[in-house]
Write a protein that binds this ligand. Structure first.
Ligand code: FAD
Length: 364
């Protein structure tokens, strides 16, 4: 899977979505999924823009409901991040039970779990920076519910590799699988993996009926665990020069929107703060991807350093940025992000959020 980075190629991807086929096949490895998440996560596309572009094609809401519901999951997790802040880094609704350690099984890091399709999935993640949603669920279930790791470090491992790394979707989905943000833990057995990823393996530690998961001991080859010291290879900073009479528009890892204040005369800066990447490290592939995406923004300069250092350099100039939970320390003019609907805030469940959201979108 290659993720192109020109704006034209990205918009074309939206036009290739077949929402009807999506609804029927999304759980299969070769399902008609959109592969839009790296662009949505990096703030190139908003869920609103994707929805509106589908509407322009005249697709009735009923035909695209499943797809739009998935877009709404994205907004839901983001809204939860806004509402809960750093609480999403800890067990949200209930404590994870039967935790053996706060590390990650070494066999997951190395791709040697012994489940062939899972080991292939791990290799795909490392090679391409992407993974099918169902494979993410399998991996999270093996790490948390079979090997009994606390969810956080394995989640950090996955986030590190994903081009679409979005800490809200990531941490909260891991918590959903681990049962700390849902009513029960998620399990999948070998039959399930064989069905959706077209395998035939038998006799693995997952080749058991679902009742067996209640008391399953950690399999021998998942026992060794490690803590990985993830580091982000940040690029060298440009020698940033700012035109004093123009405002400074701040882009970052979560905002690379090429349409944002597009026609305004402004200094455009991609701000990569080491402190953010210390908390949420990402791989070299992710950084390369971001640098390539930033090329869609004319005149953008890369500033590697903290917000305060940039603010000193831009003394007296207006700083403008988009709202995001990782930008709370920015000062200046804050623009809102675009959302799928006007439904916002802290909802106790996705379906409580989706109900009013669907009502609004159906009638647009
Ligand atoms: C353990 C785990 C970790 C995850 N980590 C991330 C992450 O770091 N970043 C990330 O973007 N997504 C994450 N997801 C959600 C989901 O797997 C990806 O968004 C999806 O696989 C992206 O592929 P796609 O663009 O082809 O999605 P499609 O199936 O085509 O869906 C369209 C869009 O809807 C949104 N979407 C779909 N499924 C979900 C979902 N379950 N949760 C939130 N939004 C969704 C995405 O924006 C996606 O681009 C995670 C899921 C799990 C189970």
């Amino acid at each position: 899977m290659i993720f192109e980075t020109s704006t034209a190629a990205i918009l074309q991807k939206i036009d290739q979505i077949d929402p009807v086929a999506y609804g029927k096949s999304r759980n299969y490895v070769d399902g008609a999924v959109s592969h839009l998440s790296p662009y949505i996560s990096r703030g190139v596309l908003s869920t609103k823009l994707v929805f509106e572009r589908l509407q322009v094609r005249g697709i009735p809401f009923s035909s695209m409901e499943k797809f739009v519901q998935e877009l709404a999951w994205r907004d839901y997790w983001q809204q939860l991040w806004i509402a809960k802040g750093t609480q999403i880094n800890t067990d949200l609704k209930s404590e994870q039970l039967e935790v053996l350690h706060r590390a990650i099984p070494e066999a997951i890091v190395k791709g040697t779990t012994g489940i062939q399709l899972i080991d292939q999935g791990i290799q795909i993640l490392k090679d391409t920076g992407h993974l099918h949603n169902h494979m993410r669920m399998y991996l999270a279930s093996i790490a948390c519910n079979i090997a009994k790791s606390h969810w956080k470090h394995p989640a950090e491992w996955m986030y590190y590799h994903l081009l679409d790394g979005d800490w809200a979707s990531n941490a909260l989905s891991w918590q959903w699988v681990a049962g700390t943000n849902s009513n029960k833990k998620y399990f999948a057995n070998q039959d399930n993996i064989n069905t959706f990823f077209y395998g035939s393996q038998k006799g693995s530690f997952l080749d058991v009926p679902y009742e067996a998961f209640e008391n399953i001991p950690c399999p021998e080859n998942l026992r060794a665990s490690i803590v990985v010291d993830f580091k982000t290879p940040l690029p060298a900073s440009d020698e940033v020069s700012l035109l004093p009479e123009r405002p400074v528009l701040l882009y970052n890892y979560y905002n690379l929107d090429p349409f944002w204040r597009k026609d305004e005369a402004a200094n455009r800066i991609l701000l990569l703060e080491p402190s953010v990447f210390e908390k949420h490290p990402v791989s070299e592939k992710c950084i390369d991807f971001v640098i390539k995406l930033s090329k869609n923004i004319p005149g953008i300069q890369v500033f590697v350093g903290e917000f305060e250092n940039l603010a000193k350099q831009a003394l007296g100039q207006q700083l403008i940025f988009k709202e995001h939970p990782l930008n709370k320390h920015y000062r200046g003019t804050q623009d809102d992000r675009d959302w799928l609907s006007s439904v916002k805030g802290d909802f106790p469940s996705f379906f409580r959020f989706w109900k009013p959201c669907k009502k609004e979108l159906k009638n647009r």
